[in-house]
Design a protein around this ligand. Structure first.
Ligand code: G3H
Length: 481
């Protein structure tokens, strides 16, 4: 909507990056501040989005596909101009290293282009065709109304846009709440939204989720909830909607993705992919490998190799060359990791790599913990941080039963070389999780793949074409010949 002058409260944003103060104590660096919206501003944004949608009769939902694409292309041009600033803010606000921050930006631009391409072709591009004798039909992908979109701190740009962009393109109007960590980087884009789309199509809300989101949900005027975050938050928000059973939800949530390392696995591959999976962006990815089930015959050897490889990782500041372990944005995370380690040690596990778990305020060096067993936090909780639990197994039924009994079901990796054994695992696993990776880490990309999960891991499906479908409905025009 419109940019407004702000005289209300502001919230200070602290970086995960720490610097010593006068006394030499490490302190998180102040990066900036943002205006804190309250329920009144949130409801004003909702009114703007509802007015722009106007029950499907607004300029944007009525606009042709070709014209909406033109607006989106104008937006991409303006977005690209902001790259340097957004990448810098990604590093400062969430501590993502330079290479991955740049990748997050570029991947988002590619995602928008891919979404435009898919939109041109979806459902025969709205062409008329003979459905059956005597009926000419036209399938139109129609918008759903007002979409509330919220992304997570680990991909504050990319995963916000993963729902926001297809939702806009489909003719919906949008409210998006910026994440708790990774909010300032949305500022440079606000002017791009304002000048690329008609008034009221895109509305941003800065503020505490607990203050601004409940009144939006309780109003009953949000038609789609798009959230990438935790199942706990998703469940509580859905319940607030007066017609929660009718609310469409597009959700990407919890996961505890397992790697299963078979006795004949190439351990170098399992270790290199395992590290990418477990420790890219310090393990703060929903698709991260969060537990390793390793056959007992090779478990000691695998753990040693893994520990040696972890110790070659370079901790440091996000902008430093070659750094892959960076400060953690969540202030409570270092203590949580220390707690997981203490609990595992008390129950007989050990940190296998020298320096594993060592923390300097927000910067925590990854720990390989072995042998992990049921009863430890690391066995079931989604750690979302730099710590790798390794569980030895004797029978393949053990990891399978673990996954069957889990509350989530996103992805699994299998490491091994026997095609017959791997083949026998793939069939049950695709019915337990939603993606099986063979001799490879878990990940979302390529973004044209469906991205979803079972149980508490997801609702609906994201990734390019699926996302376009998630934010629209098929309306049919049927003409009698
Ligand atoms: O946080 C979850 C992300 O969707 C993971 O995406 O596999 O591309 O890192 P990624």
């Amino acid at each position: 909507g419109d940019m407004v002058a702000w005289n209300g409260p502001v919230s200070e944003v602290y970086s995960p990056v720490c610097m010593p103060d006068q006394t030499g104590t490490l302190q998180r660096v102040l990066v900036g501040s943002f205006p804190v919206a309250g329920p009144t501003e949130a409801m004003a944004a909702l009114d703007a989005a509802s007015a722009a949608y106007d029950n499907g009769r607004g300029e944007w939902p009525m606009m042709s596909v070709t014209d909406r694409i033109k607006h989106m292309e104008v937006f991409i041009g303006k977005m690209i101009e902001q790259k340097a600033l957004v990448v810098k803010l990604l590093m400062w606000e969430i501590g993502k290293n330079l290479a991955d921050s740049t990748k997050e930006f570029d991947r988002t631009v590619t995602y928008i282009y891919d979404t435009i391409d898919a939109y041109k072709d979806i459902d025969r591009a709205g062409s008329r065709f003979k459905i059956t004798e005597g009926i000419i039909g036209q399938i139109r992908r129609a918008p759903l109304g007002v979409v509330l979109s919220m992304g997570p701190f680990n991909y504050p740009l990319n995963e916000t846009y993963t729902t926001l962009i297809p939702a806009i393109l489909m003719g919906n109007t949008i409210l998006f709440k910026t994440p708790k960590h990774g909010s300032l980087l949305h500022y440079p884009m606000l002017e791009a939204f304002r000048t690329s789309f008609p008034k009221g199509v895109v509305n941003s809300i800065y503020g505490r989720g607990a203050d601004v989101v409940p009144p939006l949900m309780q109003s009953g005027k949000v038609n789609v909830l798009a959230l990438i975050g935790s199942s706990k938050v998703a469940d509580s928000l859905k319940k607030m909607h007066p017609k929660s059973n009718r609310l469409r939800a597009v959700l990407s949530l919890d996961a505890k993705n397992a790697a299963i390392v078979l006795p004949d696995a190439d351990l170098d591959v399992a270790v290199s992919e395992g590290i990418l999976g477990a420790l890219s962006f310090n393990g703060q990815r929903c698709t991260a490998l969060k537990i390793f089930w390793v056959h007992r015959s090779i478990a000691d050897q695998f753990t040693e190799k893994l520990s040696a490889a972890v110790n070659k990782l370079k901790p440091g500041m996000p902008w430093e060359a070659g750094v892959n372990i960076t400060p953690l944005p969540e202030p409570t995370k270092p203590a949580y990791i220390a707690d997981c380690i203490a609990e595992a040690e008390a129950q007989g596990a050990r940190i296998m790599n020298e320096g594993g778990g060592a923390a300097h305020e927000s910067l925590v060096f990854p720990a390989v913990v072995y042998p992990v067993k049921d009863g430890m936090k690391l066995y079931r909780e989604e750690q979302f941080g730099p710590i790798i639990p390794v569980v030895p197994f004797d029978n393949i039924e053990e990891p399978l039963q673990y996954l069957i009994n889990a509350d989530h079901g996103m992805q699994t990796s299998i490491f091994g070389n026997d095609p017959v054994q791997i083949g026998q695992l793939i069939d049950p696993l695709v019915n337990i999780v939603c993606r099986v990776n063979i001799n490879a880490q878990c990940q979302r990309g390529p973004d044209t793949f469906p991205f979803t999960g079972r149980k508490d891991s997801a609702e609906g499906t994201l990734s390019v074409e699926d996302a376009l479908r998630s934010f629209s409905i098929r309306s049919v025009v049927a003409t009698k010949e």
